[in-house]
Every structure is written in structure tokens, then in C-alpha cells.
Write a protein that binds this ligand. Sequence first.
Ligand code: ATP
Length: 498
Amino acid sequence: MRKLISYRKEIIIGIIPVLLSFIIYMGFPVGILVMGAIMLGVLFMMSRRGGLAMGAAGKKVKARKPSYLTFDDIGGQENPKRELREALDFIVNQQKIQSLGIRPLKGILLTGPPGTGKTLLAKAAAQHTDSAFVAASGSEFVEMYVGVGAGRIRDLFKEARELAVKQKRNSAIIFIDEIDGIGGKRDGGQHREYDQTLNQLLTEMDGVQGDENVRVLLVAATNRKELLDPALLRPGRFDRHIQVDLPDKGGREAILRLHARNKPLHPDVSLVKVAEETFSFSGAQLESLMNEAAIYAMRDESEVLTAAHLTLAIDKVMMGERMDRETTREERERVAIHELGHAIMAESVRPGSVAQVSLTPRGQALGYVRHHPQQDQYLYTKTVLEEQIKIALGGAVAEELHYGGRSTGSRGDFEQATNIVRTLIESGMSDLGIIHPEALTQEQWSRENGVILDELIKQTRLLLGSHMNTFKQLLQLLISEETLSGDQLRTQMKRVAA
Ligand code: ATP
């Protein structure tokens, strides 16, 4: 139905000549014919006007009132917030920039992973500058028919100006999420519709003048800046590029605090600890974590969110929903051996790092080991990367030691291990030395990959082989309890070693 509505213009254009031919064929008098044509014309004009209000070709490009969201409602992200505020001064201090002859800022590009708060920043920008706010997503402009996407871009700018006038504001912010949907590199001919949409966007941006009644600023977001057409990135178009990264520990804590504002917390909850345990979580994942913890509290008929609810929520966001999968005893034992392999290896190379070993199936995994990230880390040495590979290989090696062979349960681990090997090679830390990845043939890749993994499997086998007693002591406990804490694991490893 929606598709039908979006093609309304095309359908009407098609119907007019058919109807006229039919009328002539039936031999209607000329007067009625002219009247009919006029009525059809009016109908067409009305549909066009409706189409404009709704975005060309009937698809509604949503205009939203600026929601009352300020920069204080965005946790962490101090640098992007500062850079954005500075850029927005161009709108706020309009007179000053005119007196100095500075050309108006036309576009701000926010780049970064999903869920890091780019949309929130755009909304806060509208609030900060008291602008009308219109938002759309790149995918809304992608159409088969040449000119439809371009029409929608025209309408979006028009609508932003109209909304600002209606709301008695001097400026409008247009937010386009996933700009790569329309702003990708042009390929010179194959996709005319796509090229026209992008050209229209460039034309609209070029048309933005500083002395208009309503100043328009385009804020766009993308996770893939490298895909954007260079024409969009040149000065005078998207003048400012602001990187919005995953939050660091302090940022995560600030985001958790914001989303805990309306939730009663038990005194045993430490949001600092939760922030420590959620390395690489995005703002959206942290919001989801707090929400899931509240749902667990409701299931428990608890008045407050406890530390245990938050731990369950971290596992859920990290690993997916708990599954009620029936597994045989043999399967359960193999999964337990596999997970103990990861955990013992992790404790051996990074003592104190295991938070929990679990046999609870979640998402695709039949079991998992949760690690404490001790601190946020952005640079990795060769030793650290090799340790990560050995931890990933620990599961498969433990299965080999106990059963003489591997199972399909190691697929994900091998993918992780080979990805880290790739990082090692690309960072010039392999025996190949510093080399451009594109200069390597497929054969060289797989040979070096094999050499590195063979050596690390050998080391993992040696280490886990010396812990056969620990496996024996912990296996039954893990199977009966379903989870082992990091402390239980460490105590047992120490006892066996003594
Ligand atoms: P995408 O690239 O997928 O469009 P995005 O970067 O635009 O994502 P947002 O839509 O701004 O992300 O954020 C999604 C949700 O995550 C927000 O509604 C909010 O609940 C939460 N969130 C993300 N970042 C933050 C933050 N810094 N502070 C508070 N909440 C945040």
C-alpha cells in the first residue's frame, strides 16, 4: 500500500492519456471533453501539491519539532559536543560572522559507529540554536524512478524553511542519517537516479545563503565516511567533520547515569563497575542494558534494580537472549570443556581477567566466558594480540585434549583468531615485516596465517595440557552449577597448582 502511495504521481501521469483516449474513442462532445481535461488537470495539480507537502511522490519526509533535548542529556562525548557547539556559533553569532565576511557554514558531518549518539547531537544542535528540526534517512531517497529522490531532496529543504517560518524561527537544521545512502561515490552513468539525487543535494547545499530569512544547516551522519563522494566533502559543503566514537569508561558511566535517572537502584549497584565491564558498548547498548536490568527487576517482582539484574543485563546485551535449548549430557560436557579451555587459558595469560564461565545458551553460543576488561585499551602489542588468539583457540584445543578432535562449536573462535592474525600482519608485527596488505597474494596470506596459528596452537596445547587436573576438578561443578565465578575458577586453579 505504501509503495502504491509513493508511486501516485507516476500512476496519475499514466492514467491521464488513457482516460483522454477513451473519452475521444467513445465520441463524447468536445465541451465535456475539455471540462473533463480541466478537472483532471486540477486533480493532478492537487495531487502534486499534496505530494509536495508530503515529500515528492507522496513519501512523507518527517518533520519533527525540536524535541527538548539538550547537550546535557548526552552522556560523555565531550569532544564532539565541544566541536559541535563551536561550529554552531556560526549560526548563533550570525552578525559577527557577517561582519567578518565569513561564509556561512553549510554542513556538518558526524561520523562514527552506530548508536553513539549522532542523532541526539543533531537534535541538541537544533535546541541549542533554536532552529526548526527536520530529519530524514538516506534510505528514504532511494527510488527506482529517475528524479524522484531529487524531488524529495528539494522538498526536504523547502519543508525545513517552511517549518522554520511556521515556528517563527530564523534557522532550520536538516538532519540526514545514513547519508551514504545518497551521498556515495558516483560511478559516472550506471545509476542516473542515484546521481541526480546526489546532484540535487549538492545544488541545495550550494544554494544555502547566509543572508536568507531562514538559515539552513545540514547535519548528516554516517558510519562509513570513506564511501562518500568527494564532492560532498570538499570545503563549502560539509565544512566540519566531527568524529563520534564509542564512549570511554568515563563516558559510559555518564551515559549509564543518564539512563538510571528514572530507575531506582539498590545500594549494591556500582555504575562505575558496570562502566568498567562494558568496554566497547555504544550509548545505545548502554541504554538497552539499563532497560533490560529494569525488566529483570520487574520479573523478580523487585522494587529496585540490583547488581545481579545489571550483570544479567550485561550478558543479555553482549551475548543475546537466554535460550531454552535442550542439550544432551554429552553436548553439555563438551561445551563445559570448551568454555573451561577459554577460561583457563585467559587466567593463565591474564590473571584475574575472567568474570564468569557459563553454560547458559545465549544467542548462537551454547556457553560463554565473560572477561573483565581491566582498563580501556586502544593500542595492542604483539604479545597482547597473541594472548587474545590463544584465549580464542583455548576452547578447540581443550576439546582436542579431551576428545581427540574438535567440533563445530569453534567456528566463531577461529574467525576471531584469524581476524586478529590479520591485524598482526597488517600492523607489520609478523615475520613478513612491514608490508602493504594489497601487496600480499592470497597464498602468502594463508601461508603466514597458518604459520602463526600453528605456533600459537602448539603453545596453547602445552599450557592447557599442564592443567588437566583443573579441568577434572571444575568440570562436574560447572555442569551442576551452570555458572562459575571468576573467583571460583581462580581458587580451584591455585589449589590444583599447590
Ligand atoms: P545510528 O548511526 O545507528 O543512527 P546514532 O549514532 O544516531 O546511531 P542515536 O540514535 O543518537 O545513535 O542513539 C540511539 C540511542 O542510544 C539514543 O536514543 C539514546 O537512548 C542512546 N544513546 C546513544 N548515545 C548516547 C549518549 N551519548 N548519551 C545518552 N544516550 C545515548
